[in-house]
Ligand binder design. Structure first.
Ligand code: MF3
Ligand code: CO
Ligand code: CO
Length: 263
């Protein structure tokens, strides 16, 4: 199946969905404090999406092949959890780092974005991992232009992570996105420049590097969803949904509260 190119009308709907997803992260930020449970964050986001935005939380009951339906409306991945952390009765405590990953559907189109949040005051090491992961995302984004290659994104991310002493998770990747949550192409967060699919205007995909402080190996928990580092080292992730334009790229998951691109 080929990568589909979005029309101007579809791109406008992707902009709306992307902005709404980012606005959920803006909304939840003040609640990410010591003492809150991840279930409470899920409930707050769910109600905001459904009642305030009139969006559909895409994760809820999402059931790709080989998976049981995802039981919650957001993903909350804490400390050594890499991605797809399922909200529950876990209480966030001072020093935790947590990724909150939001995917909304609006008017049939998906917007997908995640950020790291610091609970109270994490260690210098934890904050450095988050900062380098954010830089990795943006180094990937900045390579995106028509005539460029998917491999340029992976190469920019991998080289920045590894020169900082970190590793890149290989089993999960960014993805095409539109009327489906996950579509072609797969966007690897490692690889060679000038390799892989050539980028064309109208492509929309996510970039969402998962970077580990220790080894890259991962395990899945018995809940069938939550992914953790095998060595229990900390992991961080940031995600944006991006459009390839005629001249470069446009980040679609933008909002007033989003962290600015590194200088
Ligand atoms: N939002 C995740 C991504 O970036 C996917 C979550 S699937 C879920 O691709 F079912 F775990 F929510
Ligand atoms: Co995604
Ligand atoms: Co996501």
């Amino acid at each position: 199946m080929a990568v589909n190119l979005k029309t101007a009308e579809e791109i406008e709907r992707m902009r709306v969905a992307g902005r709404l997803a980012a606005e959920v992260l803006d909304f939840i930020a003040p609640y990410v404090k010591p003492g809150v449970t991840t279930d409470k964050l899920d409930r707050l986001c769910h109600d905001y999406m459904v009642n305030e935005q009139n969006t559909i939380p895409a994760p809820l009951n999402y059931a790709p092949p080989g998976h049981n339906p995802y039981p919650k409306s957001i993903c909350t991945s804490v400390n050594h959890q890499v991605c797809h952390g399922v909200p529950g009765d876990r209480v966030l405590k001072n020093g935790d780092i947590v990724n909150i990953d939001i995917t909304v559907i609006k008017d049939g189109f998906h917007g997908d974005t995640s950020r790291m949040f610091w609970v109270g005051e994490p260690s210098i090491q934890a904050k450095r991992l988050c900062n380098v992961t954010f830089e990795c995302l943006w180094r990937g984004i900045k390579t995106v232009k028509p005539g460029g290659y998917l491999g340029d994104i992976g190469h920019a991310i991998q080289s920045h992570a590894e020169r900082n002493g970190y590793s890149v998770v290989r089993e999960f990747c960014g993805h095409g996105i539109g009327q489906r949550f996950h579509e072609e192409p797969q966007v690897l967060h490692y690889g060679q420049a000038n390799s892989g699919l050539k980028l064309l205007p109208g492509m929309t995909f996510t970039i969402e590097p998962m970077i580990n402080a220790g080894k890259r190996d991962i395990r899945q928990l018995a809940d069938g969803w939550t992914i953790v580092t095998s060595d229990h080292s900390l992991s961080a992730q940031y995600e944006h949904t991006v459009l390839v334009t005629e001249t470069g790229h446009e980040v679609l998951t933008v909002s007033p509260g989003m962290p600015a691109a590194p200088g």
